[in-house]
Design a protein around this ligand. Structure first.
Ligand code: FE
Length: 342
């Protein structure tokens, strides 16, 4: 049956629309994520449901993903890199696997010190490196700063993971950025001899060591304590119940923080979709989800961090530009090495 001409002309704009937007119909974005699937997938699914953009997710360890991006070069299928620690994001930027993006939404919602000054990456959640202490053996009134952990009263009482861990490297880099080389070196020289044991294990293991009586204080990322409190493993819960959390350096520069964040890869073939995804992750509702499921802090102001984090109280965070943590990483590693931090 022939369609009357009048009807056909009315249909033409519709056909044109369909023809010029094939990329929207087949829209997808490929994500390399150092965040575990359970900690990111529900958000990505929500993004797909809202935008119609399919997300293909590859998860691996942060350093492995960076190696992979470097070896794939411009042939990489990845559009977005999601990874933890500004040190790693900075390394990715230095390795030319990220490209700068212009997004008014991101520049307005993510504070300047939590993103790359050149817009290569954006901090989407904040992690704080706190002091945890034994509820039985430590009076929190005796705690004050990272620097004060060098006092003789802490001799043989501190647990902390190894210097090969980027969280500690960033902690020291932050100190280099704010206190300078000389003060950092003296801090390290007095801090390391106070360790209760050779550095070993992850942050959760330090909390467990306090609970087991092997040490009395530890420096850990607060979300690990959150994960232990919410754990389904009664052993983890019991260990977490034996410690309190203390925010150091409240009278001066603030507690050391870091970010986990995302950037668009240099190889991205779906740049628009990649930016849309990062903008989605920076939205207030996404940030609340991040806080509630990862126990990290939102990177944008005014976002509800959920009950557990609220119960730990507000704290003053170090305002140093987190990209400095990346820039000073090599120097931090050398300083730790000189102080024999294993
Ligand atoms: Fe971690």
């Amino acid at each position: 049956m022939l369609v009357p001409l009048k009807k056909l002309t009315r249909l033409i704009p519709l056909f044109t629309f369909i023809l010029v937007t094939p990329s929207l119909i087949a829209a997808e974005v490929n994500v390399y994520s150092a965040r575990k699937e359970a900690l990111i997938k529900p958000l990505l699914d929500k993004f797909s449901a809202e935008s119609g953009i399919k997300v293909n997710l590859v998860t691996a360890k942060g350093d492995a993903l960076l190696t992979r991006l470097k070896s794939e070069g411009l042939n990489s299928p990845a559009d977005v890199l999601i990874t933890t620690d500004a040190g790693r994001l900075y390394r990715a930027q230095q390795a030319d696997v990220l490209q700068p993006i212009a997004s008014e939404m991101l520049s307005e919602s993510i504070p300047a010190h939590l993103r790359s000054p050149e817009n290569f990456w954006f901090g989407l959640s904040v992690r704080a490196r706190a002091i945890v202490y034994s509820n039985n053996r430590v009076q929190p009134t005796n705690l004050s700063t990272y620097e004060a952990l060098t006092e003789p009263q802490w001799k043989g009482r501190i647990c902390i993971r190894s210097s090969s861990n980027i969280y500690n490297q960033s902690l020291v880099a932050g100190m280099l950025a704010t206190q300078g080389e000389k003060k950092t070196a003296s801090w390290l020289a007095a801090f390391v001899p106070n360790f209760a044991r050779p550095p070993q294990g992850g942050d959760r293991d330090q909390v467990a060591a306090i609970a087991a009586g092997l040490c009395d204080v530890a420096v850990v990322n607060s979300y690990y304590l959150g994960a232990m409190i919410k754990s389904s493993d009664p052993k983890q819960q019991a260990a977490a119940a034996k410690v309190g959390i203390f925010w150091p350096n409240q009278e001066d520069r603030g507690t050391h923080i870091n970010v986990s964040g995302a950037g668009v890869t240099s190889a991205s073939k779906n740049r628009e979709q990649a930016i849309a995804l990062i903008e989605f992750l920076a939205r207030s509702d996404s940030q609340t989800w991040y806080a509630e499921s990862n126990n990290e802090y939102p990177s944008r102001a005014g976002v509800d961090p959920g009950e557990l984090l609220k119960s730990w109280g507000d704290f003053k965070a170090d305002q140093v530009d987190v990209s400095e943590l990346g820039r000073l990483n090599a120097q931090a590693v050398m300083a730790m090495d000189r102080a024999s931090w294993k």
